[in-house]
Design a protein around this ligand. Structure first.
Ligand SMILES: [Zn+2]
Length: 268
């Protein structure tokens, strides 16, 4: 997981109709949310004329990156670009700013029309929101909070096999925060639903933007409290306690899972 702050290199801003003659960073996404990188596998630092090579849907100024203007661009071109997971393996800095850029891109793309009356929305001067001129509703960027939980018991870590995730055999308990509940309530509910046990002594371990598609992962460590492991056999196929020697290494450290795992290994 990336430890440095997004704001080490980036100054946040938003302007819909901003142009510049200067070289700028162009974060160009196709309709599959893949990022265009140049032949050196970098974000193009070029003038806006460069976009004449693309079938541009929109281009929005999102602030400065490494002291240069920075734009998120949406194109209709059908070429394959780089998946965000692959961008992470190539260059973590690029992935970090691309996460910001793809989420702004999604927000702008998906809120062109009011969800209530269908009118064309308009940007509101000075704020990053799209507003319906008819009913006055503003559409801001949406982030879906989610929780991931490392449950400890007598030097072991609880991991579960999810039916929807075929890439890894066993993973930590995780799920979305439901409407109307707190993040801590989501932790207790998800654990109970997925593996049937109760946990106690929650400890917040950090958060991570997770653009697949628009989550904010909140990581917790918890102690086993009571109950027997019981899985539904549908979403969760199996769950069991692992010692640190038994845990399978993941191919990538892209997820905050790696922080929870390192903490577990340090503790025992
Ligand atoms: Zn409306």
């Amino acid at each position: 997981m990336i430890e440095k702050s997004l704001y080490d290199d980036y100054v946040i801003d938003f302007k819909e109709n901003f142009t510049t003659e200067d070289e700028s960073y162009l974060l160009i996404f196709n309709q599959k949310r893949e990022l265009y990188l140049n032949e050196s596998e970098r974000i193009p630092l070029v003038s806006l004329d460069y976009l004449s090579n693309f079938n541009v849907n929109f281009c929005i100024y999102i602030g400065t990156y490494k002291n240069k203007a920075c734009f998120t661009v949406n194109v209709h071109d059908t070429d394959d670009y780089y998946k965000l997971q692959d961008v992470y393996e190539i260059n973590k800095d690029t992935y970090q700013i691309a996460t910001r850029a793809v989420l702004v891109n999604d927000w702008y793309l998906l809120n062109q029309y009011c969800g209530k009356c269908g009118s064309k929305t308009q940007t509101k001067e000075g704020s990053m929101s799209l507003k319906c001129p008819k009913c006055g509703i503003s559409f801001h960027g949406k982030i879906q909070p989610a929780v991931i939980i490392a449950i400890h018991k007598d030097g072991k870590l609880l991991m579960a096999r999810h039916s929807y995730n075929t890439r890894v055999k066993y993973a930590l308990i995780a799920g979305f925060v439901e409407m109307g509940e707190s993040i801590e309530e989501a932790v207790h509910r998800e654990v109970k639903e997925e593996v049937g046990i109760n946990v106690k002594n929650l400890q917040y371990m950090g958060s991570q933007p997770w653009p697949f598609p628009n989550s904010l992962m909140c990581a917790y460590k918890a102690e086993y409290d009571s109950g027997d492991i019981k899985v539904d056999g549908d979403e969760i196929l199996k769950a069991k306690w692992f010692s640190k020697e038994e845990i399978e290494e993941h191919q990538s450290d892209i997820s905050i899972y790696s922080v929870l795992l390192d903490d577990f290994k340090r503790t025992y």
